[in-house]
Design a protein around this ligand. Structure first.
Ligand SMILES: [Fe+2]
Length: 179
């Protein structure tokens, strides 16, 4: 279940309703899918064939189409990142640059963990959303943010797009941000 850590205060927000209500105020969509719907061999598996990825998409077809229907996503795929991903260190360096997109960034974590670091409103500042299997998030269009992995360095996620080009990252310089 997702947790939020507010960087300026160190406050940790836990519990589905608390997390959802905090994220709602920051206009970040947060939902939950049931990761145990996946066959056991696809839970916490980071070495996926094309058929496995198809099976994950099929398992969550109802959830994907429901979310897509509500929010206008037209295409989706699966992304897998782990220490066996070629150039993982380089990829992470790229992901960890602060940026914005012209459409929202939607990720449904089906295995492993990931962290979105998002700039909230002025009173909140940057906060980390720590996600695990079953967590679904949408970082709003234009939001200043970046993504990284946890120490486990493993994630499988469904990505949904309105237009795949909408996801191109636009770098954002923020001298006030301290990692
Ligand atoms: Fe992004």
């Amino acid at each position: 279940m997702a947790k939020v850590r507010v960087r300026n205060t160190g406050e940790l927000i836990e519990g589905e309703e608390n997390v959802r209500s905090f994220l709602e105020k920051q206009e970040v969509l947060y939902e939950h899918w049931e990761p145990s719907k996946l066959p056991e061999r696809l839970q916490e598996n980071f070495d996926l064939t094309a058929e496995d990825k198809e099976e994950i998409l099929n398992t969550f077809d109802t959830e994907i189409r429901d979310l897509a229907g509500r929010r206008g996503y037209k295409t989706w795929d699966i992304v897998v990142l782990s220490e066996s991903t070629p150039n993982i260190e380089e990829l992470l360096k790229k992901f960890e640059q602060i940026h914005t997109h012209t459409e929202d960034e939607v990720r449904a974590i089906t295995a492993g963990e990931g962290i979105f670091i998002i700039r909230g409103d002025e009173s909140v500042g940057y906060f980390d959303v720590i996600l695990s299997a079953g967590d679904v998030i949408s970082v709003p269009e234009g939001s200043v943010h970046f993504f990284t992995l946890t120490e486990a360095k493993k994630v499988v996620a469904v990505r949904l797009f309105i237009e795949t080009e909408g996801w191109i990252a636009h770098p954002y310089e923020d001298p006030t941000f301290v990692k």
